[in-house]
Design a binder for this molecule. Sequence first.
Ligand SMILES: NC(=O)c1ccc[n+]([C@@H]2O[C@H](COP(=O)([O-])OP(=O)(O)OC[C@H]3O[C@@H](n4cnc5c(N)ncnc54)[C@H](OP(=O)(O)O)[C@@H]3O)[C@@H](O)[C@H]2O)c1
Length: 211
Amino acid sequence: MSRIAILGAGRVASSLATALVEQGHQVTIGVRDQTRTRDWLVEPMVCTSIGEAVVGADVVFNATPGETSLERLSAVREELAGKILVDVSNAVERGLNGLPGTLTYPGSSLGEMLQAALPDTKVVKTLNTMLFTVMANPGSLSTPATVFVSGDHADAKATVTGLLQDLGWTPGSILDLGDIRTARGPEAMILAVPDLIAARGLAPFAITVAS
Ligand SMILES: NC(=O)c1ccc[n+]([C@@H]2O[C@H](COP(=O)([O-])OP(=O)(O)OC[C@H]3O[C@@H](n4cnc5c(N)ncnc54)[C@H](OP(=O)(O)O)[C@@H]3O)[C@@H](O)[C@H]2O)c1
């Protein structure tokens, strides 16, 4: 059982929190507005401020907008020290149509920026290359999907790999790409998403490495 904080209370957070609680993990949701009612947020989940959620956790998932995550997470740098930060976000600047247009960190990645800003935290990038419905239900797709893992710390990646398996990912579907620099490729895949949705509608999808 891990003590997990999930920052954000949107589509990604609710999917991950529900599945991780089902697997017996202790889950705290960190939000900016604790007074808001959220139907899916039920016991034993707890809802606190972002800072409190981080303090009580060993593993912290970032499920907030990626383009503003660096500032938000840097503000809790001390609280994040010694912990694993699982970044599932995408950092994009949106076009006039509201859809992802360009990367916030071209030539780098949010994963790298976070690791540089939080040297005492072990950052692992994963789960950002699929629709949120797939993250905790990879078996819902007709084609086996791949989930990428990037990070500098082998022990943190091992912990996150275990959590991915709890979410339903088989060992063969989990692809460790290497250090945190390798988050660049998976993060850039967000640029294909508006075109994927335009071409095939908002149907669940993920990236697969076929071999
Ligand atoms: N949706 C997907 O299929 C998908 C797939 C892969 C990756 N991602 C990434 O996962 C992240 C979350 O996506 P989502 O679809 O769950 O988004 P969402 O439904 O819009 O939820 C975003 C959450 O972040 C919170 N938030 C927004 N601005 C914040 C701030 N300044 N400070 C603190 N919290 C803030 C929101 O708070 P409130 O509840 O107060 O509004 C909300 O709970 C994003 O980075 C996204 O790119 C999404």
